[in-house]
Design a binder for this molecule. Structure first.
Ligand code: SAH
Ligand code: SF4
Length: 400
């Protein structure tokens, strides 16, 4: 395939709210106690607040500060659905909370898959937008975890502005950032629906997490905090298409979460063909940011989707091995999941194994994911896209 020029300005994704690669971050406008983004702007969700902010709020109203911890216990331990159920709070405090905050949850509109397999959850947010999460059972090939852990793949935006050519999430462009509570609620609702405890979180659902950095970090703090969901930072993985400036910001974050870089091309020529973001932050810029990240004593890994005839050549494998080796970064190879309406496909098993062997021959630490969920449209954004299309044209059937 002919390579596209690397010097021309990148084409913004359809319906994208801003230019590609923009550092625009609506959530930066987040001010307590109002949310800048979201449906009910008059009433922020209480699940977007941190314990110290809640304490501040409660104290300002003349209530004892220990009430704040009682509230987070109701939210994240007992997981009640209304303020009325917070029975150890005085009635007046409950009424005030209900006045100041919302406690909405996204509605589960569809679940695909069954217990012991990958399950996909489609949510409708309070403003009607659709997002999805995937619950993945134990998988030794997934991110090096060999235990019986359950992983949730979480969305951070409605749609995506980055328009990677192979990805369903970018097909309809970008709609908006998720609020912190909309990120946290994906875990809470999936645990409630499935009856399972989630051990691992990967921010690999719809959207570019680092384009919603403020809300992402706010949600991660709630997920990580002992007063919140108490999930260890090492069990939280952020995936990015390579927003170099935000990678540098993450490098300075004290929380020890993991970072995965979606590389998918080991040379600018190949990467720019499929990831327009590479024309904004090319490999040299991206790897400078990766060097900086690693210099802060942090580790990162690379994800590399194998797409037949696009990025699966021996030359790409050699170049990838050199790049990963220099940073001592692990490589996760992922066979491409076909997306309806897109021309890309995965290479044969032989070619996948061949690519892996080249990496290993160079001494790179690499795994090839025998991924689950191919059958239930598990690649990010696909279920939402099918459902949206069905809603527009009910003649298109979506299997349950
Ligand atoms: N925007 C972030 C995180 C969400 S995408 C990022 O790009 O990293 C999470 C991962 O799924 C990325 O590595 C992305 O390239 C990959 N992905 C997208 N579509 C896919 C598909 N059809 N098959 C396999 N992986 C896919
Ligand atoms: Fe967005 Fe990631 Fe999909 Fe690229 S791969 S369009 S950055 S969600």
């Amino acid at each position: 395939m002919a390579a596209q020029g690397t010097s021309s300005a990148p084409k913004p994704a359809r319906n994208a709210a801003g230019p590609l690669g923009s550092t625009r971050d609506k959530a930066a406008k987040w001010t307590f106690p109002r949310l800048a983004v979201g449906f009910d702007v008059a009433k922020p969700s209480i699940k977007s607040l941190h314990l110290d902010e809640l304490t501040q709020h409660i104290s300002a109203q003349g209530a004892p500060s220990y009430r704040a911890k009682q509230i987070t216990d109701w939210l994240y331990e007992k997981r009640v659905a209304s303020f009325a159920e917070m029975t150890d709070l005085p009635a007046a405090t409950r009424a005030q909370l209900a006045k100041d905050f919302s406690l909405n949850q996204p509605e589960v509109v569809r679940v695909l898959g069954s217990k012991d397999t990958t399950r996909k959850f489609l949510f409708r947010l309070t403003d009607g937008n659709l997002i999805e999460s995937v619950l993945i059972p134990a998988s030794p090939a997934l991110y090096g975890e060999t235990s019986d852990r359950r992983t949730i793949c979480v969305s951070t935006q409605v749609g995506c502005a980055y328009g990677c050519k192979f990805c369903a999430s970018g097909l309809d462009g970008f709609t908006r950032n998720l609020d912190p509570n909309e990120i946290v609620d994906q875990l809470l609702v999936v645990e409630a629906e499935s009856g399972e405890k989630i051990d691992n979180i990967v921010f690999m659902g719809m959207g570019e997490p680092l384009a919603n950095l403020t809300n992402l970090l706010r949600a991660i703090r709630i997920i990580n905090a002992p007063w919140g969901l108490g999930i260890g930072a090492r069990h939280i993985t952020i995936s990015t298409s390579g927003l170099a400036p935000q990678i540098r910001k993450l490098a300075l974050e004290p929380t020890q979460f993991r970072l995965a870089i979606s590389l998918h091309g080991a040379t600018d020529e190949v990467r720019s063909q499929i990831m327009p973001v590479n024309r904004r932050y090319n490999l040299a810029t991206l790897f400078d940011a990766c060097d900086y990240y690693i210099a802060q004593k942090k580790r990162l890994m690379f994800e590399y989707i194998l797409i037949a005839g696009v990025n699966d050549s021996d030359e790409q494998a050699h170049a990838l091995a050199r790049r990963a080796g220099r940073l001592s970064a692990k490589v996760n190879l992922i066979p491409y999941n076909t997306v309806e309406g897109l021309k890309w496909s995965r290479p044969s098993r032989n070619r996948q194994e061949n690519f892996l062997r080249i990496l290993r021959d160079h001494g790179a630490v690499a795994t090839l994911r025998r991924e689950k969920g191919h059958d239930i449209s598990a690649a990010c954004g696909q279920l939402r896209l099918q459902t949206k299309r069905t809603e527009v044209d009910p003649a298109i059937s979506v299997s349950r």
